[in-house]
Design a protein around this ligand. Structure first.
Ligand SMILES: Cc1cc2nc3c(=O)[nH]c(=O)nc-3n(C[C@H](O)[C@H](O)[C@H](O)COP(=O)(O)O)c2cc1C
Length: 303
């Protein structure tokens, strides 16, 4: 699965991934459940909602904390065509935390049963939850598993960090392995997967039902193909660089009609090299981040 990354995994980037490496499932960026009657979702979010993107299942992700507003948002998304809905219990940033949405909601586990049962009742297709292992304690998830099973959630996506950790330290996939053992629900492992070898090891050691790839795949979409044995597991520097240049060139062509104005297109493109960690790509990634014009960016891609 391709992870949702707010501000990054827009429609054009998802299409680029679908055409190049076809993830088995893609997610929308989170959609804020708003307290405004029939306009429970913004017009832009309603346009994003759908059952598939191309021919790949699309999961619409909701964020919020009031059960009645979330139910309205779920109904609105479904009326707009969504079939798979996901509830965000992981986002560690911004007003979503102060407003008790996303990961912050894990600090109020007493609110969860009403929300989870209400969403399950309102969602006719698949209902999944994407969550951190806990608010400030990695063991918290174990107290929530009975609720998720009782509510017949279809699957969980687990990022085994706490909310207060944000992105510090490492994802602790020993927690994922224990969660897989303890719950009857399928668990998708997410967090810090940047190489095929590592992804395979996490699948093997946790017995997770699948993997969700975020930052690692944004930097190297072929991580999907590497995990499937369809591309070199350890690409050489030349292959890696050529792939990266082709991918950014492809993205540039897709961003031009979607975002208006050179500076906006450039800013959106620059988000991708920000996720590069492979030392063999870092010099190029840093140059791309410093490009001042689209022309400079393009010139760097045709070195
Ligand atoms: C810039 C950014 C935006 C994100 N936006 C979302 C989001 O909209 N919904 C969500 O569930 N998670 C979001 N996440 C979390 C990722 O989906 C993922 O769980 C996290 O990055 C760990 O996976 P990774 O190490 O493979 O990136 C975001 C992460 C980043 C870095």
């Amino acid at each position: 699965m391709l992870a949702p990354l707010q501000g990054v995994t827009n429609r054009a980037l998802r299409a680029c991934f679908i055409d190049r490496v076809r993830p088995d499932t893609v997610f929308t960026e989170f959609m804020q459940a708003r307290n405004q009657g029939p306009k429970a979702l913004s017009a832009a979010d309603r346009r994003e909602a759908g059952a598939v993107h191309g021919n790949v299942p699309l999961v619409a992700q909701l964020i919020g904390h009031r059960p009645e507003v979330l139910v309205l948002a779920a109904q609105t998304a479904q009326a707009a065509g969504a079939r798979h809905l996901n509830f965000n219990l992981g986002c560690p940033f911004g007003r979503h935390t102060t407003g008790l949405s996303g990961g912050a909601l894990l600090s109020r586990p007493d609110l969860l049963p009403e929300i989870v049962f209400a969403l399950r009742a309102a969602i006719s297709g698949s209902f999944s939850i994407k969550l951190r292992a806990g608010y400030d304690d990695l063991e918290q998830i174990f107290s929530l598993l009975p609720l998720f099973a009782a509510a017949q959630v279809d699957f969980l996506v687990l990022h085994p960090r706490t909310v207060v950790q944000k992105y510090g330290g490492n994802a602790d996939h020993t927690i994922t392995a224990r969660v897989v053992k303890e719950t009857p629900l399928p668990v998708i492992a997410n967090g810090d997967i940047v190489s095929a070898a590592q992804g395979k090891e996490i699948l093997q050691t946790t017995k997770a039902a699948g993997l969700m790839l975020g930052r690692g795949a944004i930097a190297d979409p072929r991580l999907f193909s590497r995990l499937r044995g369809l591309a070199p597991e350890r690409p050489n520097a030349g292959e890696l660089q050529q792939d990266f240049v082709d991918y950014l060139g492809d993205l540039l062509t897709r961003y031009e009609p979607l975002f208006c104005g050179e500076q906006q297109i450039l800013a959106k493109l620059k988000e991708v090299p920000a996720f590069v960690t492979d030392p063999r790509l870092l010099p190029l990634a840093q140059q791309l981040r410093r490009a001042r014009t689209l022309q400079d960016f393009r010139a760097l891609l045709s070195f």
